[in-house]
Design a protein around this ligand. Sequence first.
Ligand SMILES: [Zn+2]
Length: 226
Amino acid sequence: MQQLYYYNFLPKNLKTIIDYKIKRFINEKIFIGEYMQINDEIKCIIAFYACLPSIAYKNFCYPSLKYIYVYPHTIIKKHFNQNGIIKKEMLISGESIGDAVIIAWNEAKREIYHYQKRNVIIHEFAHELDFEEGIINGIPIFAFIDYKHFKEIFNESFKKAIKEKILDNYAFTNRAEFFAVTTEYFFLKPKTLQIHYSELFEEYKKIYKFNPIEIEKKYKNILDFK
Ligand SMILES: [Zn+2]
């Protein structure tokens, strides 16, 4: 974990919580390597970014999730028609399918070791948080405390986002993708989210009970230093 800047930048009390969560995640979930071996580095990194969005919820460990499938490279996803003929093929770097998450390790690794605004692990686990609440609609399980208010702000931000198209295009696919992409921004590029969608940023701060601005500042310091 020492090579993970994000982990190192966390305050001591949060490090203790996430250490506990990572151990539990690795014990409870089944990691399956497809065409590759799973090692401790892979397990720890996936567990870290999977647990980061629920860092404020010590005992939350994705109750519906059982399996993590890891592929060495980007995956070709085939869509078939009723006759079993391939309708279209898509390249994906991850997928969330309820009791399982799929991660393409080459993508995940590049995003982690070269700090950027996207992170496929955070993305797919944001979908899992959305799924845990029952319906995939961009409303995560943690928003239940003030569901109506969150939904209102979230929907307004989504409408605004479609018009302005400031974030990555993928965010505008539907509400679920908007939630997953803006969650990536919240943890990795919080300033950008705060500037363009300040109300949504405040809602995320409430549901994730986390302030990512300090982490981004620390990243900026080392990146400028380099
Ligand atoms: Zn997605």
